[in-house]
Ligand binder design. Structure first.
Ligand code: SAM
Length: 283
């Protein structure tokens, strides 16, 4: 039987520190090999090995335990992850929605918590559509969309060479070469040169997507749909994102009709990652 980490550690670490042991953590990988990623407060530093071992006892597929050692940073949106127990090799194959994603969480952005959001997006895509996924990482959105919607054509653009290489590998691993084209580069340079108009453009970069709206909007066909991600305080989740979209559309002589407002995931204290969908039409 799987017991919670605190129960397993009872009597092994001081009672007053037990309540600091995280109840939740991410597991990325498969039943054969996975890594666990957890957030440990400084007070538990002296007990991290014990905690990691208890976690590996409970989850036999977890071969490495990584502690978050920084916030996400830089253009690639990665974070420092400190190996506290287990194997040095942290490359895994994660399974989600019938797809396989090969990745090393120490080299690329990936969040298993976004599975529901990926499913929601794939659900909206209609047969025969063409979709541009900017900031595509190791390809989870393109893969889930293409797998769920045979015949849909997806272009994925990513600037981190490690993430792009995994995306190329993942396309082959999932046998989706006919549906997905992965391009390495900065969306600002790559997208204007695609010479193609898409039914949908996805912008999954909450930190900074706004500064690429001028690139994303011209990639949409008339009446195409933009999926824009943003961070917002819970006191007003959607106004800023909507204003940014409307202003960018107006500048390009387009009109934005807001279709959906979605609270995606909590990001920090009272801060949410949100999504606003908008139909973009000639003004
Ligand atoms: C928040 S992550 C999302 C990755 C992926 N969509 C996912 O859901 O796992 C944003 C990604 O955008 C990439 N990125 C940031 N700026 C970029 C740019 N100007 N052009 C292309 N990719 C960029 C980063 O390297 C990172 O992989």
């Amino acid at each position: 039987m799987r017991r919670d980490l605190r129960t397993r550690l009872k009597g092994r670490i001081p009672e007053d520190l037990l309540r600091l042991v995280p109840r939740a953590f991410d597991i990325v990988g498969s039943r054969e090999k996975a890594v666990a990623i957890l957030e440990l407060p400084d007070e538990l530093r002296g007990y991290e090995k014990l905690i990691a071992e208890a976690l590996m006892e409970a989850h036999k597929n977890v071969r490495s335990v990584l502690a978050k050692a920084s916030e996400r940073y830089g253009v690639y949106r990665v974070r420092d992850l400190r190996l506290i127990a287990g194997e040095e090799d942290t490359e895994v194959i994660h399974k989600e929605a019938g797809c396989l994603f090969k990745l090393d969480p120490r080299r690329v952005y990936f969040s298993p918590r976004e599975a529901t959001e990926r499913g929601r997006i794939a659900e909206m895509v209609r047969p025969g559509e063409s979709v541009l996924v900017m900031f595509s990482g190791v390809g989870p959105l393109p893969l889930v969309i293409a797998k769920r919607r045979p015949g849909v054509h997806v272009v994925a653009v990513e600037i981190n060479p490690d993430a792009h290489n995994y995306c190329v590998e993942n396309i082959a691993l999932n046998r989706l070469e006919d549906q997905i084209r992965a391009i390495l580069g900065d969306v600002r340079e790559v997208c204007p040169r695609l010479g193609e108009r898409f039914d949908r453009v996805l912008m999954p970069l909450p930190k900074g997507a706004a500064s690429y709206l001028d690139v994303a909007i011209p990639c949409l066909r008339d009446g195409g749909v933009l999926h824009f991600y943003h961070w917002a305080h819970e006191r007003d989740l959607f106004s800023e994102a909507e204003d940014l979209i409307r202003a960018a559309a107006e500048k390009l002589d387009r009109r934005a009709e807001i279709l959906n407002r979605v609270r995606v995931l909590p990001y920090g204290p009272r801060i949410w990652k949100v999504r606003v969908d908008a139909r973009i039409e000639r003004g």
